[in-house]
Design a protein around this ligand. Structure first.
Ligand SMILES: NC(=O)C1=CN([C@@H]2O[C@H](COP(=O)(O)OP(=O)(O)OC[C@H]3O[C@@H](n4cnc5c(N)ncnc54)[C@H](O)[C@@H]3O)[C@@H](O)[C@H]2O)C=CC1
Ligand SMILES: O=C([O-])CC(=O)C(=O)O
Length: 329
């Protein structure tokens, strides 16, 4: 085992997602069995007592990869020297709400956290935003951290990506491992576009393998895009274990890379690829190697996909304009 622990910050650590996420990070599921981790856990002051209880449970697991845990309510102290920051802490939506309804309540959290990361994080900091509305919260954090390269900020659309793989695998009665090159485009919201025209099932084009545009447009896309709301309806609370699992998948891919012949979905700063307005944080197909993501280039976008991508990007532009008006970026 290497000796220097990787410092991993998690915000909202006493919340639902935190309760699933922390134990997976501490057990080595994020960085592997040979990399010790130091957890830096940020919460609001009233939640610190609950967080102490979670830390007692972490201690009781006796994870060999968990080197140290520090908790606190001050971002500048907790983020000091961190290599990875998982920004989860934010209010979840309830029944009947869209994630964009959280913009005002949650947006205010990410400007100070971006500033704190800018001031004290390690030089190799990588930031993943899970708290909703995730894309625009990542934009806020990035805009408030001018000294951190913009490619070190990302937002989570891996949960949508995993949901899309699962729905397609069930439709075609194949194992999820047969599905490659899934893409989520745009916003982590009901306008997101899960794209089957470039996905592959056992090496064959997924849209052709499905051969049913009505299912693709009328069942697959809305099922994936509205899965979060369906879980809130069923569970009475928003998805937590699957969100934690996707957060692990996202960061592990960012650190370890994508396998040959596959890609993942990550929401990252647009460079204008595929006509997505430059500067917003939008989900793209990306490959990762040596800790650097690259947007997959050269995919043909048909008229159906063009309209779906444009609609989700228009929503992201609206969200950006709203947080600009609030003075958050
Ligand atoms: N991007 C995605 O795919 C998904 C995102 N989410 C989002 O993740 C967020 C967290 O969800 P849950 O854990 O279920 O919510 P939760 O309410 O159980 O936990 C959130 C925690 O964040 C803490 N918190 C609030 N403000 C904070 C601040 N300024 N600094 C540090 N901590 C703070 C709260 O005290 C609470 O403990 C929500 O915004 C939810 O909508 C949830 C599922 C999937
Ligand atoms: O739907 C929600 O509010 C929680 C979330 O982001 C998801 O499950 O995708």
């Amino acid at each position: 085992m290497s000796t220097t622990p990787v410092k991993v910050a998690v915000t909202g650590a006493a919340g639902q997602i935190g309760y699933s996420l922390l134990f997976r990070i501490a057990s080595g599921a994020l960085l592997g069995p040979d990399t010790p981790v130091e957890l830096r856990l940020l919460e609001i002051t009233p939640a610190l007592k609950a967080l102490e209880g979670v830390v007692m449970e972490l201690d009781d697991c006796a994870f060999p990869t968990l080197a140290k845990v520090e908790i606190g309510d001050d971002a500048t102290t907790v983020f000091d020297g961190v290599n990875l920051a998982l920004l989860v802490g934010a209010r979840p939506r309830g029944p009947g709400m869209e994630r964009g309804d959280l913009l005002e309540a949650n947006g205010g959290i990410f400007a100070p956290q971006g500033k704190a990361l800018n001031e004290v994080a390690a030089d190799d900091i990588r930031v993943t935003v899970t708290g909703n509305p995730a894309n625009t919260n990542a934009l806020i954090a990035m805009s408030n951290a001018p000294d951190i390269p913009t490619e070190r900020f990302s937002a989570l659309t891996r949960l949508d990506h995993n949901r899309a793989i699962s729905q397609l695998a069930a439709k075609l009665s194949v194992p999820v491992s047969e599905i490659k090159k899934m893409t989520i485009w745009g916003n982590h919201s009901a306008t997101q576009y899960p794209d089957l025209f470039h996905a592959e099932v056992s090496g064959k084009n997924a849209a052709e393998a499905v051969g049913d545009q009505d299912w693709l447009a009328g069942t697959f896309i809305p099922t994936v895009a509205k899965r979060g709301a369906a879980i809130i309806e069923a569970r009475g609370a928003s998805s937590a274990a699957s969100a934690a699992s996707a957060t692990i998948d996202h960061v592990r891919t960012w650190v370890q890379g994508t396998p040959d012949g596959d890609w993942v979905s990550m929401a990252v700063r647009s460079d204008g690829s595929y006509g997505v307005q430059e500067g917003i944080i939008s989900s793209f197909p990306v490959t990762v190697s040596n800790g650097q993501w690259e947007i997959v280039q050269g995919l043909d976008i048909n008229d159906f996909s063009r309209a779906k991508i444009d609609a989700s990007v228009a929503e992201l532009v609206e969200e950006r304009d709203a947080v600009k008006a609030l003075g958050l970026i």
